[in-house]
Design a protein around this ligand. Structure first.
Ligand code: HEM
Length: 477
């Protein structure tokens, strides 16, 4: 009995000491060099809630960043987000150097679960490079020009069909763009599928529609648990479909053709599980980025009638110059849409206020006068997009600022919407093509955006009241 009275308080004291030590270590992380200034917030939660708090589209700099910049007067600071130790940088030189010097895409634990627990894409350099090449063959300019552009055009047109006898129609831009991207990828990646399978896969994807960035705890009730379950369901379904198609050799999509060719090569690194992982990654990366940018671009255009007018002029001229007025958009037409490309370039500048460079260095990196320790997550935010030394009146959405400049370049020290280095977005041209074609069809109508539409910035762009567009036939149509 006496023993218990002695051992119990000793055990409790030891636990308390251990806990205090752990909290102290959490709040005061050390490294061999010099960490950027910062605070780690509460244990585990860190400063996630503050970082993820939505804020108005036109504020541009999040209140979290603003507070940090003014407190530390530094372009780099340390924090803790999603249970990980993080260094945030708004220094364009540091961001570019980190992107170039470190090849591995850094992802939070929750995202890694989303991509698959042992995703080779994130973990193995050789597979990453190989997958990049395959993906570029599918969404790169060559395939876009020869095949995808017609599919994007056909799918987009469907949304602009006005029923016979009606004068107008309306739809939610982000929802429509999401559905378009899903349809396009399902069609092009997996080929024709039975409608039941499409429906079920669609249900799995909807589980990913929000909150990518999250804590990594995987138990029932958490978002990550929902992700992982939906991912497993979708992977099983995809695997079954691919196997069936491989046996029947019928109705393969462009991308599956490429994948099967690769699988049949001697010493192929690609097997069916990796192929499924790859298709999945593809879906995820294209789905949350592009529709949000399409919708935000429409909002920016709606708020700027001079831009709307100029777009209308450009796209009416494109149609006027077509021999067959009902024909689809050609690659040459797409390339000739100078003002549209200025709008897209400006929209990508204006919408990118979140990290676009994500890295986890495997060794300590000395950069910008500080150390980014190995294993820490590095987030590079292109705040330079709003630097008045680089951009005149940077808070103004002004496509004309790009007049006479390289409209197709997607990367410079001062412009990084698609990241940089060896993980530069492979889907950039594909995404731009989707936005351009959407603007083309929209600009041919009289249209208005629901005035209630609000855009919030978080990690992804949010549209809490939707973004319903109403399009009306011109009286002469
Ligand atoms: C406007 C839309 C898009 C934006 C703003 C965007 C942005 C980005 C950014 C910033 C990165 C780099 C991340 C980093 O280095 O830390 C990236 C990578 C990537 N993106 Fe996109 N993206 C878009 C559309 C797409 C689409 C449509 C696809 C697929 C078809 C895609 C596929 C990828 C892939 C596969 C990577 C990883 C590349 C690698 O690790 O090598 N993206 N994207």
């Amino acid at each position: 009995m006496l023993d218990f009275y002695w051992t119990f308080p000793v055990i409790v004291s030891l636990i308390v000491v251990k806990l205090c030590h752990w909290i102290y270590r959490w709040k005061n992380p050390t490294c061999k060099g010099k960490l950027p200034p910062g605070t780690m917030g509460f244990p585990i939660i860190g400063e996630t809630f503050e970082f993820m708090k939505p804020y108005d589209f036109h504020l541009v700099i999040s209140p979290f960043l603003k507070k940090k910049i003014s407190r530390y007067g530094s372009k780099m600071f340390s924090t803790s987000l999603f249970g990980a130790k993080v260094i945030i940088s708004i220094d364009p030189e540091v961001n570019m150097e980190m992107a170039k010097a470190n090849s591995q895409l850094g992802a939070t634990e929750s995202l890694r679960r989303l991509f698959g627990e042992n995703s080779d894409f994130l973990q193995r350099k050789d597979i990453h490079k190989y997958v990049r090449n395959l993906t570029s063959r599918f969404v790169g300019p060559e395939n876009l020009k020869n095949r995808l552009i017609q599919d994007i055009d056909c799918l987009t047109r469907n949304y602009f069909e006005i029923e016979k006898g009606a004068m107008s129609t309306s739809f939610d831009v982000k929802e429509a763009a999401t559905q378009m991207v899903v349809d396009l990828i399902v069609k092009k990646v997996i080929g024709g599928m039975e409608s039941e399978a499409v429906k079920e896969l669609g249900l799995c994807w909807t589980a990913f529609r929000t909150n990518w960035f999250n804590f990594s705890y995987n138990f029932p009730g958490t978002t990550v648990y929902r992700f992982v379950m939906a991912r497993k369901r979708a992977a099983k379904l995809l695997k079954g479909l691919i196997q069936k198609k491989k046996e029947s050799k019928q109705g393969l999509g462009d991308f599956l053709d490429i994948l099967f060719d690769e699988m049949e090569k001697d010493g192929a690194v690609l097997d069916i599980d990796r192929a499924v992982n790859l298709i999945f990654t593809f879906f995820i990366l294209s789905q949350e980025t592009t529709p949000g940018i399409v919708a935000a671009t429409v909002k920016l255009v709606a708020d700027n009638p001079d831009v709307m007018e100029e777009l209308k002029r450009e796209h009416e001229a494109v149609v006027q110059n077509r021999v067959d007025k009902e024909a689809g958009i050609t690659w040459e037409e797409y390339k000739s849409m100078t003002f549209t490309h200025m709008v897209i370039k400006e929209s990508l500048r204006f919408t990118s206020a979140q990290p676009t460079v994500h890295r986890i260095p495997t060794e300590d990196v000395q950069i910008g006068g500080y150390t980014v320790p190995a294993g820490w997550l590095f987030f590079g935010i292109p705040l330079v997009h709003f630097d008045e030394k680089k951009y005149d009146d940077p808070l103004k959405f002004n496509p004309w600022r790009w007049k006479g400049q390289d409209l197709h370049g997607i990367l410079s020290k001062d412009y990084m919407p698609f990241g940089a280095g060896s993980t530069l977005c492979v889907g950039s041209e594909f995404a731009k093509c989707i936005i351009a074609i959407f603007l083309h069809h929209l600009s041919r109508f009289r249209w208005s955006l629901d005035p209630k539409t609000r855009v919030l910035r978080r990690y992804m762009l949010m549209f809490p009241t939707g973004c319903e567009v109403e399009i009306t036939k011109e009286p002469s149509d």
